[in-house]
Design a protein around this ligand. Structure first.
Ligand code: ARG
Ligand code: ZN
Length: 462
């Protein structure tokens, strides 16, 4: 599903020229479809010419050898006539590519897979791409962003894709604006547990010493939020507040009694503040991953080695802010991390901790020449996209500055309306400014500029 944002529309005229490089001219001919600008931080990710509706990932994985034998089916709609198209993919060796059931020519070039179907796909047509591949996927180890993508663990594997790691284990259109629904069909030796986003579809099927489980994510999902976790897990299932809650932990890390009830409590509390929970189930997975961070994978975050109450509150807040409402580009990562960090502060205030204003004041005390202020929260740069000071803390402080400016009534209305208006889609900072101005009847451009687009300590709002 591709939504064309206002920002993308403005940028697309210029970007069409950029996109011409490396793509046969005939594939670009009359547009009229969803041509969008590349991500400023990940310009190689994302592809034009089609809109993915569904991914069907059939994964056979053996922990002892870390061998993945996979078939990925991508169902998409062509938004113009396509004699060739590209996917993001840097996974194991490909055996075959079929388009609508017919063998297609393909070539790999870096992180791109170019497919040439036997006959061009008609504009507006639905088509399916089946990619068969086999081998051991490898993680990305980035000097600035750390380890992500497909991570092999001693007893299995876990996929943590933020920001552009999904291509390490399946071919996709890795554009935040092209969300799709997912089916995961995971086969392992019997006795191994396999989890993914969403809900199980029927009981596990045993055959010849192997077990297949199917998970469905029925709400649109960006590729970076897709997840599988395979290994030895203890699984807990309940229904809390009407929502299925499925959590799992790797028992080699010890019992983790906190995850399951805390997930239910965080979601109950967040539903009251932010409005309806966006997905059909909730949960969480604790695995021994070794990457050093937790990730808000859709409906069911992954925690590395263990968790605590505030981390669960943070990752479940992302279900509204990040997963359901997703930034259109990574430049707006503060919309994810600022909102999730702000939620931690609200939770603490409501559970006997310091007030949000006290937390704000503590960080605001950093002197003007402190490196705390030296990046732009609203455009920290690719290598600083997870900078804790600039993106997480100053992102949350921006929301507190906004709250003190427009007042509690309008601020909490804004949080709810933001989640409701942009549910399952993408939105950018400009959209937040527009909505905040509409609700508060104030001009907020200068406040956003000072807090987001200036690499300096902003004045206190009044
Ligand atoms: N989004 C995650 C969080 O909220 C952090 C992910 C960090 N990812 C990475 N590749 N370093 O905490
Ligand atoms: Zn976060």
């Amino acid at each position: 599903m591709m939504r064309r944002t206002r920002a993308a529309a403005a940028a697309s005229a210029a970007s069409v020229l950029l996109l011409l490089a490396g793509t046969p001219a005939h594939a670009l001919a009359p547009t009229g479809g969803t041509v969008t600008a590349p991500d400023p931080y990940f310009p190689l990710s994302g592809n034009n010419g089609y809109d993915v509706r569904h991914y069907d990932l059939d994964l056979d994985f053996t922990p002892a050898t870390h061998l993945l034998d996979a078939r990925a089916t991508v169902r998409a709609i062509a938004d113009r006539s396509l004699s060739t198209f590209r996917l993001d993919y840097s996974g194991p060796e490909i055996q075959q590519v079929l388009v609508d059931g017919r063998p297609a020519t393909y070539r790999r070039n870096g992180q791109k897979l170019t497919v040439v179907p036997v006959r061009p796909i008609r504009a507006g047509a639905a088509f399916t791409v089946l990619v068969r591949y086999r081998g051991t996927p490898e993680r990305i180890s980035d000097p600035a962003l750390g380890d992500y993508g497909w991570i092999n663990t001693p007893d299995g594997a876990v996929a943590l894709n933020e920001p552009d790691g999904a291509r390490t284990w399946y071919p996709l259109n890795d554009d935040l604006r092209d969300k799709a629904t997912y089916t995961f069909r995971i086969t392992t030796p019997t006795g191994v547990t396999a989890l993914a986003n969403g809900e199980p579809d029927g009981p596990p099927q045993d055959r010849d010493g192997r077990t297949t489980v199917t998970w469905q994510m029925r709400k649109p999902m960006a590729g970076y939020l897709s997840m599988v976790a395979i290994g030895d897990f203890k699984v807990t299932r309940t229904t809390d507040g009407g929502i299925p809650n499925i959590t799992a932990y790797d028992p080699t890390g010890g019992d983790d009694a906190l995850l399951h009830p805390t997930t239910a409590e965080a979601v109950a509390w967040e539903r009251q503040r932010f409005g309806a929970y966006p997905f059909d189930s909730m949960g969480g997975i604790i695995d021994q991953v070794g990457v050093g961070y937790a990730l808000e994978t859709q409906s069911r975050p992954v925690y590395d080695g263990g968790t605590d109450e505030l981390t669960v509150v943070h990752e479940m807040a992302h279900q509204w802010y990040g997963d359901s409402v997703t930034p259109g580009t990574w430049r707006d990562i503060w919309l994810n991390e600022g909102f999730a960090t702000y939620t931690e502060w609200l939770w603490q205030e409501d559970h006997g901790g310091p007030t949000v204003q006290q937390v704000f004041d503590t960080y605001y005390a950093a002197p003007a020449d402190d490196p705390f202020w030296h990046l732009k929260t609203g455009d920290p740069g690719r290598d600083n996209m997870f900078d804790y000071d600039a993106v997480y803390l100053r992102g949350a402080m921006t929301l507190q500055a906004l709250r003190t400016t427009i007042g509690d009534h309008d601020f909490f209305q804004l949080l709810r309306e933001w989640a409701r208006t942009h549910r399952y889609g993408t939105a950018d900072t400009r959209d937040l400014l527009d909505l905040a101005e509409k609700i508060s009847h104030r001009r907020l451009g200068p406040l956003f500029d000072a807090w987001l687009y200036t690499a300096a300590k902003p004045p206190l709002p009044h």
